[in-house]
Design a protein around this ligand. Structure first.
Ligand SMILES: [Cu+2]
Length: 121
């Protein structure tokens, strides 16, 4: 699945041009995830096991975050709350191979469609 991860990273780099906004710039090898009302883009992510670095970009007008949970609903990791126009580097190194869900835990956001699927291979 490494090819897909590289493709995602390349897309993220392309999409990153003309950004602006606050916070850190995108770390090499990270997966850019753009958050708006109310979705994550991309909403389907597949990466090899090991350390996963998400580069969260809030391109919306409300604060958002990213929480990862397993199929039983247990929360495994959560980013900080990212203000509108801000960025955050969210590193997760504890996920075993499997399928997870990520979502924004701000009130009503997940119900409005702000969630996605993360596959660790
Ligand atoms: Cu949100």
């Amino acid at each position: 699945m490494r090819t897909l991860a590289v493709a995602l990273a390349s897309m993220a780099l392309l999409a990153g041009c003309g950004g602006g906004g606050g916070g850190p710039s995108q770390p090499a090898g990270s997966i850019k995830v753009t958050m708006t009302e109310f979705k994550f883009e991309p909403s389907t992510i597949s990466v090899p096991s090991g350390k996963v670095v998400f580069y969260l970009v809030n391109a919306g007008t409300a604060s958002h975050d990213m929480v990862i949970r397993d199929s039983t609903g247990k929360r495994l990791a959560a980013s900080e709350l990212v203000s509108a126009g801000d960025n955050f580097v969210f590193t997760v190194s504890t996920l075993a191979a499997g399928t997870y869900k990520f979502f924004c835990d701000q009130p009503g956001h997940e119900a409005s469609g702000m969630f996605g699927s993360l596959t660790i291979t």
